[in-house]
Design a binder for this molecule. Sequence first.
Ligand code: NAD
Length: 282
Amino acid sequence: MAGSLEGKVAFITGAARGQGRAHAVRLAREGADIIAVDICAQIETANYDLATEADLAETARLVAELGRRAVTRVADVRERTPLTVAVAEAAAELGGIDIVVANAGISLVGPEVPMMGWFDTVSTNLSGVINTLEAAFPHLRENASLICISSMAAMMEGMVDNPAAGPGGAAYAHSKRAASRLVHDLALQLAPRSIRVNAVLPGNIDTPMIRNEALYRLFRPDLENPTWEDAQPGFQAMHKLPVPTLQPEDISEAVLFLASDSSRYVTGLQLKVDAGTLERAR
Ligand code: NAD
């Protein structure tokens, strides 16, 4: 049976692991060919490891296993020119782009994040989204769908001013808030050209971004060597549904909806997949 994305090409950033890999696999399962881009290197201010070239190769292997084509490129979304060249080459190979998932991101939460962390956070999570969309633009085919992976932090009260989250937490929240706002503006601008633009706002997702010591310390500053298990009550306290973290595949279902014709008249949506975090009593 033909999948809902048969004949389409999806360009995904941050595709080497975590949510980006899950999106690549989910969209490929629906028939899409994949352009998978990742930095595959460390950003100096990041206090956890980013992906490797072996991770990106594994994403490509998983896509190929589903019978779809995967074109990989190592590129930093902060660097507009090399990213543009990489995307142009990959789009030429696959014949164009129908779906863009601007997913690459970093989160430098913690009281010890240097001010350069602000720069890296904003240039990845905000400028990186702009660079990604710009790089894809000349190659977009008809009725394209642009999806930005924002965060519940974009709309969370207290995140920007939370002293425990420190400058990194504030930088992250501001970058995601601006990215979500960009989605709103682009949805209005691009609607006359039948290009849809939507955001997904994930809650706590079980990926290396939150499985790291800096984040455990944020929740358990009282412990010398806090673990993933120690951090669970902290993650749970953010969610309203009784689950501390969601799986990357839970976000992929939202991405698939926004990528496919099931959402053909949906644009400008800020789709929360956050286990109820942003719900407030009325
Ligand atoms: P992750 O760290 O596993 O994956 C992020 C990927 O982006 C990595 O492969 C990394 O190498 C890549 N990357 C980072 N900076 C890059 C750059 N400058 N250029 C190219 N690639 C770069 O984390 P994840 O949870 O899969 O994150 C995916 C997206 O989801 C991010 O935008 C993140 O902010 C967002 N998000 C995550 C959570 C969570 O709890 N994990 C919650 C809300 C939103």
